[in-house]
Design a binder for this molecule. Structure first.
Ligand SMILES: Cc1ncc(COP(=O)(O)O)c(C=O)c1O
Length: 396
């Protein structure tokens, strides 16, 4: 008899996921031109990336990284930031982020996920209260879990529920924080930031906004959702990432000089990890320059967005949000969503099917995400493919 396998539950779980249409695979994307490439060898236009401004294939980011790697005399710093891992490139990037976001300071993390974990766990403690939108990104959900704070999850964008819970916490004298995405990445809608600013003020709560999908995308200068919604200088702590519109890597927390200094002492995912390479900082600085210097990229993105919203609406698609470059088309059933995504891929469009556990069971969807780099021909191909799916009776 073979010895018992203490890891047999892995195979059981995978078998179960397959049975429910939820088993995933890592597919290989090889870019060719613009938003085109191959997915596992099949030619496709990419409607599944976060490269909103089309910087993913911009040679200037790679050139900035190359130059910095040469100047720094190497690739990795081989030390954490608090030891010998802080270089002039890290300092320069943090100054640029602060200037861009209009804050006194900023702290750079190896990823947005780590920025979220580090910031939330540092700014809360056992006995404090975090109020979190029900549709917050998984990184914020995990951060709340790690924080040891009491977590109140309010229904999506439900300001009355949030207000009532904060009023109660204020009466009891509990330390309180509101945490929200600015763009909800699976529904493609926006947080009501002006109301949140107001409620946070009324109840003396810290407001922390994850601007991952809005940075570089929203606002005349691309500063993010707060600029777009007229509350640019009223968010005490903004979280962000270079993994979306900058098509790079690395996260940040932008806040007052005091909060940033506090994070340097308390944010464990900042303290107990190796500093990101100087070359990455240089590429990210270049991306911030391009956010500022090439607003026409945002214009193209939003023109594409308006065209696609009109077309999908005309086809009768059920969109969960129409305010952002993320346009989720609700399908419902998990297996059906996968089948439609496969049909779209066969027609030359990579549009991922988003399923449980990323979204609630029974609310599987196609998630179309748009870029300034999508050409008219790319969009026409998408419309033809979607029309065919609609023609075969697909809706929900
Ligand atoms: C809203 C949101 N926050 C944070 C992150 C994490 O960012 P990163 O990919 O840089 O870890 C993501 C996506 O990855 C996201 O969608």
């Amino acid at each position: 008899m073979p010895p018992p396998d203490p890891l047999h539950f892995c195979a059981d779980a995978l078998f179960d996921l397959a049975g429910r249409g939820l088993r995933r695979t890592l597919r290989t994307w090889i870019p060719t031109e613009g938003m085109r490439g191959t997915l596992d060898g099949r030619p496709a236009i990419n409607f599944g990336s976060n490269d909103y401004l089309g910087l993913g294939r911009d040679p200037r980011l790679a050139a900035a990284a190359r130059a910095a790697a040469e100047e720094a005399g190497g690739w990795g710093p081989a030390a954490s930031r608090l030891l010998a891992g802080t270089t002039p490139w890290h300092n320069g990037l943090e100054s640029d982020i602060a200037r861009f976001k209009g804050t006194e300071g900023a702290l750079f993390f190896p990823s947005g996920y780590m920025a979220n974990l580090g910031t939330l766990t540092a700014l809360s403690e056992a006995g404090s209260l975090i109020c979190a939108d029900a549709l917050n990104h998984a990184s914020l959900v995990d951060a709340c879990r790690l924080s040891r704070a009491e977590v109140f999850v309010y229904p999506h964008r439900d300001m009355a529920a949030l207000n009532a819970r904060l009023a109660d916490a204020q009466r009891r004298g509990t330390r309180r924080m509101i945490v929200t995405d600015s763009v909800f990445s699976m529904d493609g809608d926006l947080a009501p930031l002006p109301e949140l600013v107001e409620i946070a003020r009324r109840h003396d709560a810290a407001l922390v906004v994850d601007d991952a999908h809005a940075t570089g995308v929203f606002g005349r200068k691309g500063r993010g959702a707060a600029e777009h919604l007229g509350v640019a200088d009223e968010i005490p702590v903004t979280l962000g990432t270079f993994s979306k519109a900058a098509a790079s890597v690395g996260g940040f927390s932008a806040a007052s000089a005091t909060v940033v200094e506090f994070l340097i002492h308390r944010a464990r995912p900042f303290i107990f990890t190796t500093a990101p390479p100087p070359a990455l900082c240089a590429a990210n600085r270049r991306a911030l320059e391009l956010f500022d210097g090439e607003p026409e990229r945002r214009d193209r993105l939003w023109a594409n967005q308006r065209g696609v919203v009109d077309e999908l609406r005309g086809m009768g698609c059920r969109l969960t949000g129409t305010e952002t470059p993320i346009l989720p088309v609700l399908i419902g059933d998990e297996a059906a969503a996968v089948a439609v995504a496969e049909a779209l891929l066969a027609a030359g469009c990579y549009v991922p099917a988003i399923r449980h556990p990323t979204v609630p069971r029974g609310s599987a969807r196609l998630r179309i995400s748009l870029s300034a780099a999508h050409t008219e021909e790319d969009l026409r191909t998408l419309f033809r493919a979607m029309q065919e799916f609609r023609g075969r009776g697909g809706s929900e």
